[in-house]
Every structure is written in structure tokens, then in C-alpha cells.
Design a protein around this ligand. Structure first.
Ligand code: GDP
Ligand code: MG
Length: 205
């Protein structure tokens, strides 16, 4: 059997400061949660390997470094994204109201070839707080927003309790993979590494 090419998928996570973007990533990649609030610092992205059907996939998940306060994330952040994850806090109305801005901002900055086909996913985070009693955005309202923006998949999550985090990121990876495979079809005319001639001839250098 031939070696399978590993697929690298770039995922970016957007939403207001404090909604739990970094916590969701930490929970997903490191299985850790911290109650302490610290402005995001350090690496631009974290990676996680997973298998989807027979494909090995590396998710490269990009976090902001707190610049989301100023909505100025720079082109490198958006460039080549395969999926955009939007996060809001179900207990904070403003974080839901600004989703339109994040959605628009992404489309403007990343400028995907077919904006309507580009995969977004919405996460309503912090559903654990006060047993749901302090929530101000209903699931119904969130789903309506998703429906009116091209049927965006929706997950309610808790980074703290590790609720729905794996399921959400699996959906994210699958959505990103669909876009990537579309590009593979586009490049079908170009001979793939590992083809018969490559194996015989080896590297040209
Ligand atoms: P970011 O600015 O969007 O990256 O948000 P952070 O991940 O830094 O989280 C902001 C604060 O919310 C931190 O104090 C986290 O501990 C807390 N937090 C994040 N997710 C959850 C959650 O699901 N439940 C609860 N109760 N707190 C959370
Ligand atoms: Mg953060």
C-alpha cells in the first residue's frame, strides 16, 4: 500500500475576548482547563493529529494573542484558513451580537473564493455557568443565526467541563477536510508525489 499524504488543515478561532477560545483549544489539545484568566500569549497555533476515516489529518488551530479586542489580527492569521470557528459566551449577549462582525471580518480578510461554501462553525460556550441559569442567549436564537448564515453547524460547549469539545472539533476537522479535498480535485492534473515515475526516478536534486 502506498504511503498516505498527511493533510494539514488550518483552523482559526474567532470571537470576543473572554468567551473561552483559548480554553476550548487547551481542553481539546491538552485536556486542561484553567479558571485563571490570562491574556493569550505565546504560540500562534497548536496542532492536533487525528484520523478521519482512512485519512491522517493534522489540525493547526490558530489562536489570537488578545488582539481580538482591536479586531486587528493581521493577514497571516487569516491566510489559507480551511475552517473558521466562531465562539460566543451564552451568558453574554454582546458576544453573540458581535458574531455578525466576526463573520464579516473573516470573509473580508480571508477572502475565500466561494464565500457561501466556506465552512464556519459556531460554538456557544460556558453552558456550565450557574447550571444554565445565567444564560441570556437561547439555543433557539443561536440556531436561527446559524440558519440565516448558510446553515452553519452549531455546538453548545463547556471548555471547563469538557462538554462537546471533541465532537465540535471533529465536526470542524471534517468541514475543513471537505474544502481541502475540493482543492485536491482541482490539482488532480498535477502528478502526485509517490507516483510510479517518482518512485523509480527518485528525487531530482
Ligand atoms: P478567550 O479570551 O476567548 O481566549 O477566553 P479564555 O479562554 O482566556 O477564557 C476567559 C475566561 O473564561 C477564563 O477565566 C476561563 O477560565 C473562563 N472560561 C473559558 N471557558 C469556560 C467554560 O466553558 N466555563 C467556565 N465556567 N469558564 C470558562
Ligand atoms: Mg485567548
Amino acid at each position: 500500500m502506498s504511503m498516505r499524504r498527511r493533510t494539514l488543515l488550518k483552523v482559526i478561532v474567532l470571537g470576543d475576548s473572554g468567551v473561552g477560545k483559548t480554553s476550548l483549544m487547551n481542553q481539546y489539545v491538552h485536556k486542561k482547563f484553567s479558571q485563571q484568566y490570562k491574556a493569550t500569549i505565546g504560540a500562534d497555533f497548536v496542532t492536533k493529529e487525528l484520523q478521519i476515516d482512512d485519512k491522517l489529518v493534522t489540525l493547526q488551530i490558530w489562536d489570537t494573542a488578545g488582539q481580538e479586542r482591536f479586531q486587528s489580527l493581521g493577514v497571516a492569521f487569516y491566510r489559507g484558513a480551511d475552517c473558521c470557528v466562531l465562539v460566543y459566551d451564552v451568558n453574554v449577549m454582546k458576544s453573540f451580537d458581535t458574531l455578525d462582525n466576526w463573520h464579516e471580518e473573516f470573509l473580508k480578510q480571508a477572502n475565500p473564493p466561494d464565500p457561501r461554501a466556506f465552512p464556519f462553525i459556531l460554538l456557544g460556550n460556558k453552558i456550565d455557568i450557574d447550571g444554565g441559569n445565567s444564560r441570556v442567549v437561547s439555543e433557539k436564537k443561536a440556531r436561527e443565526w446559524c440558519a440565516s448564515n448558510g446553515n452553519i453547524p452549531y455546538f453548545e460547549t463547556s471548555a471547563k467541563e469538557d462538554y462537546n469539545v471533541d465532537d465540535a472539533f471533529l465536526c470542524i476537522a471534517k468541514a475543513a477536510l471537505v474544502i481541502e479535498q475540493g482543492q485536491d480535485i482541482y490539482f488532480q492534473g498535477i502528478p502526485e508525489a509517490g507516483s510510479e515515475s517518482e518512485q523509480r526516478g527518485g528525487c531530482a536534486c
